[in-house]
Ligand binder design. Structure first.
Ligand code: GAR
Length: 200
């Protein structure tokens, strides 16, 4: 059974979908802890499923590195096989990435490498894109630059706002995330091999 820690910042709707999937006896992964950089609304989903939470408030640390050290300490308590960034809106310090890579994945509301960063949905609309997408990637040292594990296209429709478009993207992200975590647990995705192959 693959053990998973999930890091969030916000509403945690993708987290909730993964919690629901993982609550089925046939699903080959279990969520062991949910962490956040702020008092995230999504903690309520973890509590609903009886999953422990931990808070590492970014603002209370003097540097990103110090925040990352505490985050690493908290993650180490659970020794997860996999860490999932599901709406964590902070760049992880390189030390945290190095400690978990390649068993560290991220969901992103765009068809990477298009529209990386914290405002992917807004950026797609601002660029006048007629389609965007959803991606699940391995986290590496860059910003949304790691190898793509799964992705799907989603059309931008006339009249879309950041909210309407994001709400259409999220269900696709959920499906991709649930499938990717299952594939990692079952060995159909080999993160070590994929990461090694992506290195120049
Ligand atoms: C998701 O769309 C996720 O991909 C995005 O935040 C949302 C979180 O939604 N993450 C990023 O943009 C990271 N760059 P949720 O809290 O409802 O799951």
């Amino acid at each position: 059974m693959l053990t998973v820690a999930v890091l969030i910042s916000g509403t945690g709707s993708n987290l909730r979908a993964l919690l629901e999937a993982a609550s089925h006896p046939d699903y080959p992964a279990r969520i062991v802890a949910v962490g956040a950089d702020r008092e995230a609304e999504g903690f309520a989903h973890a509590q609903h499923f009886g999953i422990p939470t931990f808070l590492v408030p970014y603002e209370q640390f003097e540097s990103r590195a110090a925040w990352g050290e505490e985050l690493s300490r908290q993650l180490a308590v659970w020794s997860p096989d996999l860490v999932v960034l599901s709406g964590l809106m902070r760049l992880l310090p390189s030390g945290v990435v190095a400690a978990h890579a390649p068993r560290l994945i991220n969901t992103h509301p765009a068809f990477l490498p298009e529209f990386p960063g914290a405002h992917a949905v807004r950026d797609a609309l601002a660029a006048g894109a007629t389609q965007t997408g959803a991606s699940v990637i391995v986290v590496d040292a860059g910003v949304d630059t790691g190898p793509v594990l799964a992705q799907e296209r989603i059309a931008v429709v006339p009249g879309d706002t950041e909210h309407t478009l994001h709400e259409r993207i999220k269900p696709v992200e959920r499906r991709l995330l649930i499938d990717v975590v299952r594939d990692i647990a079952e060995g159909a995705i080999d993160l070590t091999a994929i990461s090694a192959a992506s290195r120049p």
